[in-house]
Design a protein around this ligand. Sequence first.
Ligand SMILES: Cc1ncc(COP(=O)(O)O)c(C=O)c1O
Length: 506
Amino acid sequence: MQLQMSVQREDSSMDGCTDAVARAWSAEEFGAAAGEWQRLLTEHLREVMAGRTKVLNWSDPQQSAQAAAAWLEHPLAAGPDGVAGGMRQLLQQMLSAGQNLHHPHYIGHQVPASSPLAGLLDGAAAITNQVMAVYEMGPWATAVEQALVSRLCGLTGWDPSTSSGILTHGGSLANLTALLTARNVVLPQSWRDGVPAGTTMVANADVHYCITRAAGILGLGAAAVQKVPLDARRRMDVQRLDDVLIELRRGNRPVIAVSACAGATPTGAIDDLSAVADVCRRHEVWMHVDAAHGGSLLFSRRYRDRLKGIAAADSVVWDAHKMLFVPALCTAVLYRRREVRFETFQQDAPYLFDPSAPGMADIDVGMRTVECTKRATGFGLWGLWALFGAELFEQLVDRMLQLTMRFRELLNSEADFEALHEPECNILAFRHLPAEVRLLSLAEQNRFQRELRTQLIREGSFYIVQTTLDGMAALRATVINPLTTEQDLRDLLTAVRQCGQRVWNL
Ligand SMILES: Cc1ncc(COP(=O)(O)O)c(C=O)c1O
């Protein structure tokens, strides 16, 4: 017999609540506010995507903070415009003062012009407050996470039934989590007793700072990270890796992992993962691949070979909020061997994890994540995948890489520009060197690059970032917006030239 699911409530009135509480929880008020939200966001996207706005709305940070605080003085919903009108004002403020990643001239950080449709699903998860730690709090969110982890393990080259993983909040937390697992597997006493003196980690010299930060957090000390010099393509020099590991063994120093890059932050360089794997296997050390940026190349039949060898890794980190174009944050931590999945933490939390249902430990993700309450981060990726198929990600990766290679050709065809490397991903570092700047010292050339970038982004016509390679300051572009075209890249060169002129004349 079917049980009555719940007692029907007479109406949705909230007896005894204040007006503010009742309105903040009213489905009708929500609907009206959502109508404003939809109208304004659609219009905003239309304008931004057509390039009719600035890219970055730069304003003085302190003035912005004061302006934001001023909104907290008088409750808008109590005013004449009510909740929906208040929502309209708040959104207008937000949208007019932000970074417009969907502008075709946003060619900056590795954070993408995400698919707005993916954002709709994330929004629905936020509105219904689907969270994780235990299955019961987000049953469908957990199912979605399991499905995604399984597919990403498959793309990495592993059998999903013998591998494992989780989703978490970003590449930094993901790298920390994977390296913590490595530490606990390599040094099983370290959770309780801390790490022995002399414990190290070995890493590509261009690793993201979150890797050295992880060493600090994990008790090794950031200075314990042994950086392996790079080869001419800014990949970890595998011979030097071998030398470093031999030296560490001679010194009896435990190595928790070798951290390789698949898409290093400064240039997108991808380590020769097969060669790194051979060295790691020979020395019996944990191989970790930070594929936060480059993991997505595995979707592309044309480019996946660049990550050949990744299947030998013990752990892999892969950001979907980079080249899979979903809103931040959505990152996978993946383990080749399923049996290591509970090594990350040794936590007793009887109020959460029911010892009478041990089977749930594999489903309740909280046993394996830093977070207890964890936002459901997978809906955007799951939704885009379900709507358009995995081909969408392949098409995006191919488009970004091809356009980046075209950008390099454009730079090389101009006498006053210099591409600093062959792009292996969608990242390209370059310099603007008009004849008069070429005559300057390196320090002055560096200042010129930095000042011209500041000018460029503050005026709002383009957004690019900067990096420093072996002491040389460079402009850095990440092609990570499907709306960016070759013509936009040509226009970028013109805008850089104009800014360069202004900086020179200052
Ligand atoms: C290679 C690499 N790893 C890790 C990170 C950190 O990722 P997140 O910003 O998601 O914490 C980045 C960020 O750009 C990165 O480029």
